[in-house]
Write a new protein. Structure first.
Ligand code: 6CS
Length: 359
């Protein structure tokens, strides 16, 4: 990636860890609501992002920061750490689990090795083709409740899921049928279940952190990758690929989490501020991703002669069929609880789609 230096990442991670114990905001092992002490304001919450400045996650974090700092009259400050200032997705999850960062994004494509149930969001053609159906399901309290326990077991408090747009495939050729993936070194997110989605199409899945994609494409260590349009633009992937295939196999879904013990120990008013602010930001994030994905496609078109291909329904059906066995693999990896979640999610989609008024 152009905007990230690995050594800097490691250094920053070490600095964060060193300062973790003397944070403005109590670390999970320090003060708690129960000890009756008034917090010493202002306190600072650290929010780490899996994406760079200008991204969907960055917009989300800025909106949250503005709200929290305003509702709390400046008593709570939020320090935002965009991708590149601390570490990879999975490192951010680890830092949140041990309390060095308070809040972070944790995308299932990486997180599923830690919380296997979240691998359900890496499955293709599972959610609806209707984005508003997906938006409502992902924003529902019911879904968050389904996942609360698996996250809590990893000392993570799940605050919600955020869709960031359709996954778009890039390569130096069109990917119209599963046969086009045959033997193709295709970058996937790092969890085992993310790999399975592309193995099912005959690709040679090559898991790698986000920061590595650009150089791996440039060096021809990989031949393709999948990400929403806004990411393909801001990470420059379109500069080193000549075709974008729009197959709408899945939404890119991420989750917003905090250190569970830190959240449980927050004074009641701070907890309420956080929950209220998150409730306000979620619908905005939907609008932000829609706007960014549309405008960045224009930017890509202006700055390159990349080909864009929209698959027909018949072409999509071939991928849908090839993707179905991965659901079995998911249930083996995510166990009974994962199986139930998959079932519940399919029911939610069916129900929501049946309630969509006819056009
Ligand atoms: O592909 C990835 O790894 C990343 N893609 C996005 C859009 N956000 C974060 C994630 O790590």
């Amino acid at each position: 990636m152009r905007k990230l230096c690995h050594w800097r990442t490691t250094m920053f991670a070490m600095v964060i860890l060193l300062f973790a114990g003397c944070s403005d905001s109590p670390s999970p092992t320090e003060t708690s609501e129960d000890d009756g002490e008034k917090p010493t304001y202002p306190v600072t919450w650290r929010f780490a992002l899996e994406e760079i400045e200008g991204s969907v996650q960055h917009h989300y974090a800025l909106e949250l920061k503005e709200r929290i700092e305003s509702i709390s009259d400046g008593n709570i400050l939020i320090d935002i750490f965009p991708y590149g200032s601390i570490g990879t997705s999975i490192q951010l999850t680890d830092l949140a689990r041990e309390g060095s960062v308070h809040l972070t994004f944790a995308s299932p494509g990486h997180l599923a090795d830690v919380v296997p149930e979240t691998g359900v969001f890496t499955l293709h053609f599972l959610l609806s083709d209707d984005e508003t159906v997906n938006r409502d399901i992902l924003a529902s309290d019911q879904l968050v409740r389904e996942f609360s326990e698996p996250y809590a077991e990893q000392n993570l408090k799940l605050h919600g899921f955020v869709p960031e747009g359709w996954m778009v495939w890039t390569a130096n050729k069109a990917l119209r049928t599963p046969a086009d993936f045959d033997g193709l070194a295709f970058r996937t997110m790092t969890s085992k279940i993310s790999v399975e989605a592309y193995k099912a199409y005959g690709a040679v899945p090559t898991p790698a952190p986000y920061a590595q994609i650009y150089s791996d494409l440039q060096l021809r260590r990989i031949a393709g990758q999948a990400n929403p349009v806004f990411a393909i633009e801001e990470m420059g992937f379109y500069e080193v690929q000549n075709t974008m295939t729009f197959a709408r196999p899945a939404q890119f879904v991420t989750s917003v989490v905090s250190n569970k013990q830190w959240f449980d120990d927050l004074p009641t008013d701070q907890k309420q501020w956080l929950e209220d602010a998150l409730d306000e930001v979620t619908p905005l994030a939907w609008e932000v991703q829609a706007e960014l994905n549309a405008s960045r496609l224009e930017t890509i078109r202006q700055n390159s002669d990349i080909r864009t291909i929209e698959l027909t329904e018949e072409e999509r059906d071939r991928f849908r069929e090839a993707s179905l066995p991965v659901r079995e693999t998911y249930t083996r990896m995510a166990g009974d609880r994962g199986k139930e979640i998959l079932q519940r999610l399919m029911e939610m989609v069916d129900k929501a789609e049946s309630e969509v008024p006819e056009a």
